[in-house]
Design a protein around this ligand. Structure first.
Ligand code: ADP
Ligand code: MG
Length: 209
């Protein structure tokens, strides 16, 4: 079983993932946490390249492929081994982030990113992506640290991110769930667990969500 958490920075992913993994462990699951990009030696190096305030120019397509590189490595080293031994994987972001940031907000055709992504991941996709949806105002309030290279792109860019997430959720309602994350941590966590429970139940009865 594979869950991915999605949403803009400041939406509450890190906060919610910690509680969500505690809950999964309390149910007896063996949980593997990872973050995309990252969680492998190569992936963490690529992450630094992508998010640091460096002078290196990175064009939109190059950026997309760098994310794919990190993700391909993470699938091989972390996710596939975990899934084949019956563990539950919880990833902080996955391919949907790429589709939304470099696609809907970045100008690359979202369908092309899905296609490249399926090659990069060998078809390994989250059973459920949980999109933490917040307004720009709330996300900004929650972000106390300086913005990284991607986050500095302005209000127009962030509005496009939100539209992208909602569009993909509308297109794939079985695999992408939008949670109103502008509420209390507990209220959001409760909805996340409810959505995940449905997928866990479907899996344990042999069906597919
Ligand atoms: P992300 O990982 O999506 O960037 P974080 O989990 O790091 O978001 O949350 C950003 C900040 O907002 C943190 O300081 C966190 O404590 C706070 N925060 C997270 N969720 C909520 C919430 N539901 N209500 C109020 N503050 C929150
Ligand atoms: Mg985070």
């Amino acid at each position: 079983m594979f869950f991915a958490f999605e949403g803009v920075d400041g939406a509450g992913k890190t906060t919610q993932i910690a509680q969500f993994c505690d809950w999964l462990r309390s149910l007896g699951h063996d949980v593997v946490e990872c973050r995309d990009p990252g969680s492998t030696a190569l992936g963490e190096q690529v992450r630094r390249l992508l998010l640091d305030h460096s002078e290196t120019a990175i064009g939109a397509r190059s950026e997309m492929f760098l994310y794919m590189t990190a993700r391909a490595q993470m699938v091989d080293e972390v996710i596939t081994p975990a899934l084949t031994t019956g563990k539950v994987v919880v990833s902080d972001r996955f391919l949907l982030s790429n589709v939304v940031y470099q696609g809907y907000a970045g100008g690359i055709d979202p369908a092309a990113i899905w296609q490249v992504g399926l090659t990069a991941t060998r078809g390994v996709l989250p059973d459920l992506s949980l999109v933490l949806d917040v307004s720009d105002e709330i996300a900004a309030q929650r972000m106390s640290r300086p913005l990284d290279r991607i986050e500095q792109r302005g209000a127009e860019f962030r509005a496009a991110l939100r539209r992208g997430y909602l569009a993909e959720a509308a297109r794939q309602p079985e695999r992408i769930v939008v949670i109103d994350a502008g509420r209390s941590i507990d209220a959001v966590q409760s909805d996340l667990r409810q959505a995940a429970q449905r997928v866990l139940d479907a899996c344990s009865t042999g069906g597919r969500a």
